[in-house]
Design a binder for this molecule. Structure first.
Ligand code: FAD
Length: 467
């Protein structure tokens, strides 16, 4: 048996893209239904992504910072880690935010249906719920069904010691030796966390370059520092994995020629994510995916079908919560009749490792590739008072300017709180600031963000002091 309902807008998926779109739709006066297959709202980001990973990385940073204090004359004892309590703390954060999202939805009179949605037609979906099923007719639909971890066929999938990002975040144990396959953002963040909790971590990737889309100076600096905490093997692959009682014997070919067999107690596969489009049956309404399996949208988030919008991870890279949130809000504005566009100059990206790495806009390498005349300005943090006094002078701020217009077109930061520092650079790019605008903005002293003002001074040739 099923119920019949109708609404102006239905949003499928309650991740950051979906809930922000549903909230904005409701705020704009549209009757809105939010469909989610799980009881807990918030999607990957809140439940098994951004929030739990950043909670664990916060702990690992405090542990590392405390250790680094020994140089200052203050020494802490070795930390005692109670994994059960860590899990409890992390889950409490998630639960509080779950409740927050639910109450914000209820305040807006958004109807939440728990169940898995699939298309019946361009104006109707079937939602199969645990308790009851619903046929829901709608005027507009926003697809925000997100993504899931990609699997590797040669890694055993039914062994609890083989993890994806979700199982790694459940921190069931700290393995003595952990192999992370994939050196993308998720793999490196997990390597940071597990190594700081005592695991010996090897990260392996078949790519020639670490973080190939990032600025090379920043990556080189990151590689040097991160290699002190865990090993990174690039240009490497796995030829065999044999499981035994204690773990896995992994045969690797490192650097395309050195054969090595090593025992690991757990393996984390973090080689990318695939869109969750299977259950929706999009072929029923004639929607097609691109060659990477994602949905193509125009700058108003429309798919090829006028009343079907797609936002978030299912629209492809960059698969980041804030991209989805922004898209979700724009889709809502458009559905309500406003003429908005998703057309950012730049989308910020942050790697919450230790040190943190953050970047936005164009890198030097990209400028060269696109034949853009550019100049870069670098400010090393070993000449930055705040960094020196905070024991984090191994950072660097690098800005990229268009040589003709002097406008800022990109920036990368490595170092403590790099992600927070990126805010100024993002705003400057979006506002079309040139080097003089940044130079003439008074930056407080001593701060880490002062390095942005000083980089602009270096570009202008007006730098006066370096501490
Ligand atoms: P999702 O969050 O994936 O949500 C989609 C929802 O749709 C899910 O709840 C799913 O259950 C539901 N759904 C799917 N199919 C159906 C269906 N047929 N019917 C009903 N419901 C359905 N991004 C950042 O910006 N910063 C970070 O620090 C960060 N850290 C991350 C760390 C990890 C470990 C991971 C895995 C990801 C991280 N991300 C981060 C990426 C971020 O989580 C995603 O970009 C974001 O969650 C995508 O949002 P979304 O709304 O598109 O989809």
């Amino acid at each position: 048996t099923y119920k019949k309902m109708q609404t102006q807008v239905v949003v499928i998926g309650s991740g950051p893209a979906g809930y922000s779109s549903a909230f904005r739709c409701a705020d704009l006066g549209l009757s809105t239904v939010l469909v989610e297959r799980y009881e807990n709202l918030g999607g990957v980001c809140l439940n098994v992504g951004c929030i739990p990973s950043k909670s664990l990385l916060h702990i690992s940073k405090v542990v590392k910072d405390a250790k680094s204090l020994s140089d200052t004359g203050v020494q802490f004892l070795e930390p005692i880690v109670n994994l059960e309590k860590v899990r409890e703390w992390k889950n409490k954060i998630i639960n509080n935010l779950n409740i927050g999202i639910k109450s914000m939805a209820e305040k807006r009179n958004i109807k939440i249906i728990v169940g898995t949605a699939k298309f019946l037609s361009v104006n109707s979906i079937f939602v199969e719920g645990n308790k009851e099923s619903v046929i829901l007719d709608f005027e507009n639909i926003v697809l925000a069904v997100g993504s899931s971890p990609k699997r590797l066929s040669y890694v055993p999938s039914n062994d609890p010691r083989v993890w994806d990002s979700t199982s790694a975040l459940s921190i069931s144990n700290i393995p003595e030796k952990l192999l992370v396959i994939g050196s993308g953002i998720i793999g490196l963040e997990m390597a940071t966390f597990y190594s700081s909790f005592g695991a010996k971590v090897d990260v392996l990737d078949n790519s020639m370059y670490l973080l190939p889309h990032l600025d090379r100076d920043i990556v080189d600096s990151f590689y040097k520092i991160a290699s002190k905490s865990f090993n990174i093997f690039l240009n490497s692959e796995i030829s065999k994995i044999e499981s035994n009682k204690v773990g896995f014997l992994v045969s690797k070919i490192v650097n395309q020629n050195i054969k090595e067999v090593k025992l690991y107690n757990a393996i984390l596969v973090s080689v990318g994510r695939v869109p969750n489009l299977d259950s929706l049956e999009i072929e029923k309404v004639g929607l097609n995916v691109n060659s990477h399996g994602f949905l193509e949208v125009d700058d108003q988030l429309r798919t090829g079908i006028p009343n079907i919008y797609a936002i978030g991870d299912i629209t492809g890279q960059p698969m980041l919560a804030h991209k989805g949130i922004h898209q979700g809000r724009i889709a809502a504005e458009i559905i309500s009749g406003k003429n908005h566009y998703f057309n950012p100059y730049a989308i910020p990206c942050i790697l919450y490792t230790d040190p943190e790495v953050a970047w936005i806009g164009i890198t030097e390498q990209e400028a060269i590739k696109k034949d853009i005349k550019y100049e870069s300005a670098v400010f090393p943090w070993n000449a930055l008072g705040k960094a020196i006094s905070s024991n984090c002078s191994n950072g660097m701020t690098k800005l990229i300017f268009d040589s003709n217009t002097k406008k800022i077109i990109g920036g990368s930061v490595i170092g403590s709180n790099a992600g927070e520092l990126l805010g100024e650079i993002g705003l400057a790019i979006e506002m079309g600031c040139d080097a003089e605008d940044i130079e003439l903005t008074i930056h407080a002293h001593p701060t880490l963000y002062e390095s942005i003002g000083l980089s602009a001074q270096i570009f202008q040739g007006t730098v006066t002091d370096l501490i």
